[in-house]
Every structure is written in C-alpha cells, then in structure tokens.
Design a binder for this molecule. Structure first.
Ligand SMILES: Cc1ncc(COP(=O)(O)O)c(C=O)c1O
Length: 416
C-alpha cells in the first residue's frame, strides 16, 4: 500500500550545495575573479581582494579585527595558536562537530576535553562545560551547531568567572544571534568557514574575528609563518604556518559576502514554512530554538523519536532516500572521541603526544559520560538545505516527510 497520491508522484530534484543548483555564484564572482587574473597578482600579500574581504567582514560583524585564512580548520588553528596553550593544557569542546575543529588543539600540544551536549540541539551545555573545567583549562571551543546558537550568555558568564577564553566556532553559524548580538563576537575569537557547503563559499576558506589586540596580532602572524610584515626588524617570531587565503579565493569570498544576508534570510524564511508544515507529526520535532536566539539554518534538522517512529531517523532517512531526498541520519556517524585519531591517540609518530601529558579523567571517553551526545546522534536527521530552496522545494520535502512518516507509523499499527 502506498500513501503517496498520484499528484505527489512526480519527483523533484532539490537544489544541492555541491553544485550550481544550490549555490549563489554568478557574474559578481566572475567580475572580481577577472580583475584578479588581469592584475596578475594572485597572492594576498600584494593584492587587495583579501584585505577588502577582511575589512568588510570585520565591519559586518562589528569586530575590530578580521583575518582571512585557508579553511575553517585553519581558522580554529589560528585561534588556538593565538591563545598559545602550554603543552598538556586543556581545551573544552564538543564531540559533535567537524574534526577540523578538534585536530588544531592537538597540533598546538593541547588536550581536547569533551563536554556533553543538549540532546535537542547538539550544542554544549553550560553545566557540562563546568564539569570539565580544571586548573589546566585554557579555552572552550563552542560550536553553534547547524546555525543554532549555543547558550552563549551563560557560557560567557562561566568563562569570564573562570578566566577562560571562548573560541566561537561559527563555521555553520553566520549572522546568528543571541539577544540581538551576533555569535562570533561574544567570545574572545570567532571562527568561520567558507567551504563548499557553507552559507557562503569560496570552495575552501576561513575567517577569524576578534576585538582583542594581542590575539589579533598572533592570529595575523600565525597565518603568515609568524613573519612580522611591516615591522622595523621582522623575524619569524614563533612556530607557525602559511595559512593565507589567495586573491582568487578572496575575490569569490568578497562577492559572496554581499549575498550572505540573502543566504541567511532565505534559509530562515523557508525553515519557518517547513516548521509549519511538519507541526504535530507524532514523534518528530522541528528544530528547537531557545528564547532570544536566532537560527540561521545552515542545515535543517529533525529530531526523530524512535519510540514513536519505528526505526527512528535511520528508517525515515532510508524512506526519504527512495524519494530522491538525501538526508544524513546521525549527522556524524560517531562522536569525535570514537574516531581513530582520538580513540587510539594517533598523533606524531608513535609518541601519542600530547596525550602523554593528559590527566586520565580528561581523556576518559566512557559513553555514560555523554548521554546527551549519544541521544542526539540517535535522534537527529539532517535534511539537505541551502539558500536556493523555494516554496516548491520545501513543500515537496514536507509532503514526502509526512507521507513517509505515515508509512512508517501505520505499518507499525498494522503489525500490532
Ligand atoms: C563546525 C565546524 N567547524 C569546523 C569546520 C572546519 O571547516 P573547514 O572544512 O573549512 O576546514 C567545519 C566544516 O566543515 C565545521 O562544520
């Protein structure tokens, strides 16, 4: 028996952020790229695209300093290196994030200490962070997952009281706010990604913002092999890499920045429509957004209760796949601490450094310490989403979710 009526049979291909259908790239990017090519200056040390991008992004966020770099991973690396932890110092973070937000901690000789998350949002909770703080904590990296802000007011209160830096990972959270203030500007440093599938893209790229003069100086240096450009007696002041963005990327990013507002507001508009269409579906919750917070919907996630929807997000995802809709149950297959690099401490040769310096409690990854993390992964279903979704796409998605949900839940009733 099928619950899809004949009017629903036509399949629609949803816009994809992996190609032109789901990206907003066009003449504006080509014009600036042409300018760079014709100038013959492809390096940002001499050109003006990247410096313009930095200036405009800083102005947009109201940050004193903004720097472009090679990727979101590089942005996090710059932030950690700017804080300059001693080997074995700890950085509290989430296990539900991209590995690019974690490996920079290890490269800087520090220990990632995982705190549990809110099972509805996948964001760190203040209570869980507090339990992980120790004498050795130097920073907290807060991911605003999918564009939904973490509880930044309470987290900042805690961090300020304990004298710990907060790095905001906004790779997925452009122009998202709490109480009217933008994430990325609330902590010591904000980091963004311009990777292919983000709100705006230049293929690969990153941005870092801060108001702190000393952190800004170190971020700028870290991007540039710590060479003191413009100083009276420049030197390579400390261990650092070449994380520069080039002018070609800068040109595309500069054009993309003009489209950021559109990207965020279109995603938000369509999310409101989808929320309404899915209201009241037994066992399915639409994204939870805290009072005072604004969600910028990098991705739109459903929270699926396997007790009410047989097979949970995995079964619903499989049904949607049959309908030509590629979803991601679990988002990431396992929490970061179960990935080989962390689980087996595979770092530099056979040294296991810096894990050799870790307190045993800091690297205890017993599942019972992370109930919210596992519950979130068991329940989340990430829907494909981008700024090119229009009403017809959202309605198609909603229609298919409702019909497949009905199939799953009514099969169960029939079997009883
Ligand atoms: C939350 C988060 N942090 C960091 C990164 C790393 O960014 P990139 O892929 O640009 O290196 C990503 C990107 O995928 C991300 O989603």
């Amino acid at each position: 028996m099928s619950f899809i009526s004949s009017s629903e049979k036509a399949s629609l291909t949803l816009p994809s952020d992996q190609d032109a259908s789901g990206r907003t790239l066009g003449e504006e990017e080509i014009l600036l790229l042409r300018e760079v090519i014709e100038s013959g200056t492809l390096t940002s040390t001499k050109g003006s695209m990247v410096s313009n991008l930095e200036q405009r992004f800083g102005a947009l966020l109201g940050s004193k300093h903004a720097y472009a770099c090679a990727s979101g991973t590089a942005a996090i690396h710059c932030a950690v290196a700017a804080i300059d932890p001693e080997p074995g110092d700890e950085i509290v973070t989430s296990a539900i994030t991209d590995m690019g937000a974690i490996t920079p901690i290890l490269y800087q000789g520090a220990i990632p200490v995982f705190a549990d998350v809110d099972s509805r949002t996948g964001n760190l909770t203040t209570e869980a962070i507090e339990q992980c703080l120790s004498e050795r904590t130097r920073a907290i990296i807060v991911t605003n997952l999918f564009g939904n802000p973490a509880d930044m007011v309470a987290i900042m209160e805690l961090a300020n009281a304990r004298g710990v830096h907060v790095i905001e990972d906004c790779a997925q959270a452009y122009l998202t706010g709490v109480n009217g203030r933008l994430v990325g500007t609330l902590g010591s440093i904000g980091c963004f990604s311009l990777q292919q599938g983000k709100h705006i893209t230049t293929g690969e790229g990153g941005l870092v913002v801060t108001d702190d003069e000393e952190l800004a100086r170190r971020v700028r240096l870290f991007i540039n092999k710590a060479w003191g450009y413009g100083d009276a007696k420049p030197d390579h002041y400390f261990l650092a890499l070449n994380y520069r963005m080039n002018e070609l990327q800068g040109a595309v990013a500069l054009a993309q920045l003009e489209k950021l507002d559109y990207s965020v507001s279109q995603r938000q508009l369509m999310a409101v429509r989808l929320n309404k269409s899915l209201e009241g579906l037994e066992g399915i919750e639409t994204p939870y957004v805290a009072d005072g917070a604004a969600h910028s919907y990098w991705k739109y996630c459903l929270w699926v209760d396997g007790a009410k929807v047989p097979g949970g997000p995995v079964a619903l995802g499989a049904k949607l796949k049959d309908q030509n809709i590629a979803t991601a149950p679990r988002y990431i297959q396992k929490p970061a601490f179960q990935c080989a690099v962390l689980r087996d401490q595979r770092t530099f040769g056979n040294s296991r450094f810096p894990f050799t310096l870790a307190r045993p409690e800091a690297v205890d990854y017993s599942p019972e310490k992370f109930p919210g993390t596992f519950e979130f992964l068991d329940r989340v279903l990430v829907l494909p989403w981008n700024e090119r979704y229009e009403e017809q796409h959202v309605d198609y998605l909603a229609n298919r979710i409702v019909s497949q949900h009905r199939l799953l839940t009514q099969t169960e009733v029939a079997a009883q």
